[in-house]
Design a protein around this ligand. Structure first.
Ligand code: 5GP
Length: 117
């Protein structure tokens, strides 16, 4: 569940920190990753800080998880011909650095036959 200090994403949602925002709804914000790992690298984030991981989100609010995924699809349609990789890192050992659940939308030219990078 939510941690003590506001995450960097909560601060972006509150407009305390600037970001290149590409989509906003009542419950979701999407913006460009500051350190892109692909030609298109967007982050789709629920506005609530309640959920740290995709597993928590799936258990606690499946409709919000579905909105995250449909938003990712729509953004990939707009930015990456509808072809993309959707990544939810879970846990430090898997590369999660921000414990406010978020989907990485990676596209615009990815290496063939790989799961990572
Ligand atoms: P994680 O490693 O938790 O799966 O993903 C966190 C992502 O947030 C990283 O890809 C990182 O580049 C991105 N990120 C961290 N700080 C900021 C920031 O201040 N602005 C933006 N736009 N992205 C950030």
């Amino acid at each position: 569940m939510s941690s003590d200090a506001p995450s960097i994403f909560t601060r972006i949602i509150a407009r305390e920190i600037p970001a290149d925002i590409v989509f906003e709804s009542e419950s979701v914000l999407a913006f460009r990753d500051i350190a892109p790992q692909a030609p298109v690298h967007l982050l789709v984030v629920p506005k609530t800080a309640t959920y740290r991981t995709v597993g928590e989100l799936a258990a606690g609010d499946p409709a919000l998880l579905a909105e995250l995924v449909t938003t990712a699809q729509r953004l990939a349609d707009e930015h990456s011909d509808g072809q993309y990789r959707l990544v939810f890192n879970t846990g430090e050992a898997a590369g999660q650095t921000v414990f406010h659940v978020h989907a990485h939308v990676l596209g615009g030219g990815l290496a063939e036959g790989t799961l990572g990078d």
